[in-house]
Design a protein around this ligand. Structure first.
Ligand code: AMP
Length: 534
């Protein structure tokens, strides 16, 4: 006989989070420091009120559940309102990365079918340039100016906030984030209310983000990156203070952290390096940080140690847009307190262990049917599955995860006997510089367009500031010549400036795999001792 459960019917939707934050932590502040240095403040109660006004304003525009509402914006309190306003209206918030190229911006807004775009005035030129290409956007609203579009504050200010959140299934989609971490067009990751909520429960745990009401968090990671690592949701769950900053230079961040009592900073390793350098060079006092979250790229051990020597608890996470994003975290094991500093740093320098809700395995790179042992020696393709892991990209016809739900991450890793993850390489042909992706394939395609280039391969080389920078390795055609300068200007015409390789090296041959493809693994090994001039 089937017996029904006897608990209450609640759909896990993001509006529960903002209702809770406003009810239980209503006075806790959300602070924004804008590009001109001015600061504005709201509270969780204020965010809820404004988000409800936005729900009304969206409905007035005819935006229905499932419609895409895009933002093109840096981190600020109004952007936070848009997270809750768009998702609270049943819409799908599509956070666009303004650092993408025009053809990518063209592709993703059209592919997403965005109907509304809310943007920062700082991106006005980009919006003007792209507007003729964006076929589906009907409404343009500007977060911080009324000069070229309706001002966000005027738009929601016309409403009274007397509205209800959209109801629906917890499996409804609510966020869309494109990732360009692989070749070809960017792919859309469509998060659900439920996946965000489960990720939030996991994220606030002491052995994950360790967030509570005392936390004053400055997420340096942009809101258009991988769900902002979940902070807009997680901070609401516990009533943490959020502090946003338009400028991410270390001096500004430091001053703001002192002024606002920020005790929790989240950023890619580049941010941590710049902060430590600034403090050490200026002799300034360390901001009152107790916790540091790093992710997005491997964190150099020396930086972890320097932070720990300042008495900061370091959390090193691994994840990706496709995993909402946090999947593993280096937390303190049972014997942590018995270890010396070196032993503790060693724990934090690896990518940590799977959160409850996530499973990991590695498989043989050549024979994916062979699952590798957790022996701390066998490196293979890292696969992940779990409660907040992607099944299929937006509008894709097929699942990207296999029939057992394993999703191939494009990372190469080994698992230690205790389950600790250690990333060793990547199979995806991309380079991550300062937290942003550079496509090796695009660089190579540009280079081989030169008549004297026989073959070209771009690989990432470790860089002290940007984690990785590209170099381009080139084989010339017999009897033909080309200079570094010529190649440089050819590439400059085809890719963004920050994609340009830090060095171009001419070689006699490039290694190939058995199937004739360029073997990036062998090439990286060959350039293992290569050092960039910095
Ligand atoms: P994204 O989807 O842009 O967040 O990028 C995810 C990718 O960043 C992962 O697949 C890894 O290649 C890389 N990554 C993320 N976290 C780490 C980490 N802690 N250590 C090394 N690489 C990382």
């Amino acid at each position: 006989m089937n017996i029904l459960g006897a608990m209450q019917d609640w759909e896990m939707r993001t509006s529960l989070l903002i209702d809770h934050a406003a009810r239980e932590h209503g006075g806790r502040e959300i602070v924004t420091q804008w590009a001109d240095g001015s600061r504005t403040r709201t509270t969780w109660a204020g965010v809820r009120r404004d988000a409800l006004k936005m729900v009304q304003a969206l409905r007035r525009l005819g935006i229905a559940p499932g419609d895409r509402v895009a933002t093109l914006a840096m981190n600020h309190g109004r952007h936070l309102v848009a997270w809750y306003g768009a998702t609270g209206a049943g819409g799908i918030l599509h956070t666009i990365n303004p650092r993408l190229f025009d053809d990518q911006l063209d592709y993703i807004a059209n592919h997403a079918g965005d109907r509304v775009l809310i943007y920062d005035a700082a991106f006005q030129a980009l919006v003007d340039r792209m507007r003729p290409h964006w076929k589906t956007i009907e409404h343009y609203i500007c977060f911080d100016s009324g000069e070229h579009a309706l001002h966000f504050e005027d738009w929601i200010g016309a409403e009274d906030g007397d509205a209800e959140w959209a109801q629906g299934s917890e499996r409804d989609p609510c966020m869309l984030c494109y990732t360009s971490g692989t070749t070809g067009h960017p792919k859309g990751v469509l998060f659900e209310h439920r996946s965000n909520m489960l990720h939030t429960y996991a994220a606030i745990m002491p052995q994950c983000l360790d967030l509570d009401a005392r936390a004053a968090v400055l997420p340096v990671v942009p809101m258009f990156h991988a769900n902002n690592w979940g902070f807009p949701w997680a901070a609401a769950a516990v009533g943490a203070k959020l502090v946003y900053c338009a400028n991410n230079d270390a001096a500004t961040l430091c001053r703001l952290m002192h002024a606002e009592g920020v005790n929790y900073l989240a950023g890619v390793p580049t941010v941590w390096l710049a902060l430590l350098q600034h403090i050490e060079e200026t002799g300034q006092a360390m901001p009152p940080l107790t916790r540091a979250l790093t992710g997005g790229s491997a964190m150099p051990r020396a930086i972890i140690e320097r932070l720990m020597r300042h008495g900061i608890r370091v959390a090193h996470a691994w994840g990706m847009t496709e995993t909402s994003p946090i999947a593993t975290i280096a937390f303190e094991p049972a014997d942590y307190d018995d270890r010396d500093l070196d032993g503790q740093v060693a724990v934090k320098a690896l990518q940590g262990k799977a959160l409850f809700g996530i499973e990991l395995r590695t498989v043989d790179l050549d024979d994916p049917a062979r699952v590798l042992p957790r022996d701390g020696k066998s490196a293979g393709a890292l696969q992940v599955r779990g409660l907040w892991v992607i099944r299929r990209y937006f509008k894709a016809e097929q699942d990207t995860a296999d029939t057992d739900q394993w999703f191939d991450t494009g990372d190469v890793a080994m698992l230690h006997p205790d389950g600790t993850l250690q990333l060793t390489d990547r199979t995806k042909d991309v380079i991550k510089s300062g937290g942003e992706w550079i496509s090796s394939v695009e660089l190579e395609n540009c280079a081989v367009a030169h008549p004297a280039v026989a073959e070209a391969a771009a690989i990432g080389i470790p860089h002290p500031k940007w984690d990785e920078r590209p170099i381009l390795v080139v084989v010339k055609k017999p009897g033909m010549d080309v200079t570094v300068e010529e190649l440089r200007s050819l590439l400059a015409a085809g890719v963004a400036k920050w994609w340009l390789p830090d060095a171009i090296e001419f070689v006699d041959d490039i290694p190939h795999t058995g199937t004739g493809k360029i073997s990036k693994k062998d090439l990286r090994e060959r350039f293992g001792d290569y050092r960039l001039d910095v």
